[in-house]
Design a protein around this ligand. Sequence first.
Ligand SMILES: NC(=O)c1ccc[n+]([C@@H]2O[C@H](COP(=O)([O-])OP(=O)(O)OC[C@H]3O[C@@H](n4cnc5c(N)ncnc54)[C@H](O)[C@@H]3O)[C@@H](O)[C@H]2O)c1
Length: 320
Amino acid sequence: MKILVTGCAGFIGFHLSYYLLKKNYEIIGIDNLNTFYDVDLKKSRLKIIKNFRKFHFYKYDLINKSKLDKTIEKYNIKYIIHLAAQAGVRYSLKNPKTYFKNNLEVFFNIIESSREKKIKHLIFASTSSVYGESTKFPSNEFDNTNNPISLYAATKKSNEILAYAYSSTYNLPCTALRFFTVYGPFGRPDMALFKFTKNILENKKIELYNHGNHSRDFTYIDDIVEGIVSVIKSPKKSKPSFNIFNLGKGNSKKLKDYLNTIEKKLNKKAKFKKLPIQVGDIKKSHSDISLISDYSNYNPKIEIEQGISEFIDWYLNYYK
Ligand SMILES: NC(=O)c1ccc[n+]([C@@H]2O[C@H](COP(=O)([O-])OP(=O)(O)OC[C@H]3O[C@@H](n4cnc5c(N)ncnc54)[C@H](O)[C@@H]3O)[C@@H](O)[C@H]2O)c1
């Protein structure tokens, strides 16, 4: 089976492609290797998946719809997993335009091409950030998500709404997956685990927003990958063919506990600077995963002690 994975040099796209290639799928990967963070890290990920004969890589910007169409035609692609986007809540405060381009215009290209080429299933990344400042936990897919508090969340919520309309108007099978704080080896340098580990090792202060009182549903990358894979072959059958699923661990941990676990593994105390909450940041995330668990065989297993340990082992080896 052939699958187009956009953002294949990104954190989640790389792990997903690697998993599927090991299972003998043919993966067509697109990524423009943008400079949002260290391009060498993206190249290192790519180097690993380029070892597979059934991996075909294309470096271009998905804003170019005619290139995208040619790639889909060339391989007669019927399944798309769209992970390319401008991620991050804080970055959206100062760089709104890149979110408009990469998360809205590019998404429009993807969904239009999917309609034109009669894609059998379009799966795309949404985010826990769509739950905004909700105080009802755990969050489920039927909760209100009409009040995003960041542009990032607003673009992802817009993707869900567009996909719903395409599913019902054109019968395009779509699934939106709301990822909850994904972490693990080869993780993103702008995310907490990477920054905390780096700063502790370099004796630098960690910035603890909201005085460290955030809680997050930290979800290990392998669980996320298994969650994505669990729905590929099963778009919703009835009309409109549209699903939204939370993909989280299903519990919420205090950031301080997460930090303690990192300190224990590194056997070193962190120095930190407590800061007020940032505009756009949600205080807590906690997923209700019963919908996807009932629909597929999704069953996240990795606890933070193990997940953090895997990340730190990778980090120490990679940056030694
Ligand atoms: N990592 C998380 O915790 C998390 C949580 C919720 C949602 N998400 C979403 O999951 C998806 C993957 O996230 P990630 O953590 O792997 O991010 P990432 O930044 O590591 O990966 C995204 C990749 O897409 C590529 N890309 C971006 N715009 C592109 C364009 N216009 N054309 C071609 N390639 C482009 C980038 O170069 C990058 O390699 C994103 O949609 C993100 O918003 C991630």
